[in-house]
Design a protein around this ligand. Sequence first.
Ligand code: R5P
Length: 297
Amino acid sequence: MIDAIISGSYSDVLAIKTARILGVELIKPEVKKFPDGETYVRITGPVEGKKVAVIQSMAQYPNENLIEYFLTVNTLKDLGAKEVIGVIPYFAYARQDERFKEGEAISLKIIAYLIEKAGTDAVITVDMHRHRVSDMSDIFSIPVTDLSAVSELTRYMMKYYNMENPAVIGPDAESEAWAKIAAKILNTDYYILSKQRFSGTEVKVSVKDKLNVEGRDVFIVDDIISTGGTIVNAMEILKEHGAKDVYVACTHPILVMHALAKIYEKGAKVVIGTDTVNSPISFVSVAPVIAEELKKY
Ligand code: R5P
């Protein structure tokens, strides 16, 4: 088991919740900004000989959060921490996992390399967007555990909302694994739509195979809601096919460019997410799944 949790400034609440579940010490580093914008980090408790977990999501301010993470992990090692587990609930840069156009940086590989070089001994993440990465060892040479929050999201939806005869929808091919989990918990069928992406903001969702949603509530599950384009497009198709109420869940509610408003304006009954990202819909905490995993270290 770990000895202490080090709270990253972005994920401070999640770090408190996780430390409470595990009953371990919580160390909150002092994090400040120099006048020129540089980040200052000071570890505020003894870490020598300890096995520690740093919890820091890379959401919303990915570059800021990453720099703080690098400074924190490397300082922990420098101060004699025995082992540092990087808990990165939202792993930014994962979508740029290939060279789609000539000359592009393969960001995921570079960020993974820097995380390792900083001194991270193992990584725990949640529903990482690694659609084209089936084997984590292609990216990392340290152990990586990719947890899922989809069960928790589905149970939350079941507890607080009365979905009638729901069909589960994965809005693109890559969401099938999550749709499958949700459908199993709800004991129902699932359908996967097809998505073409033209740019960071433009997508087109269409029906791939059969779609049995006429007169039924639908539960859309995805890993990320960023601009909301995917969900809004999926909702249009589902409504055309006679779906009744639309319930939406995602692990990472990044929610840029008024995504939430767009989805509600389209008529969604409710949209929920987790606290891998701090957002107005982060109703489900990933602290229990992270704590369970940290017990293994
Ligand atoms: C992409 O493959 C992901 O699984 C999400 O569907 C995507 O990131 C959502 O982005 P947006 O909300 O901008 O459509």
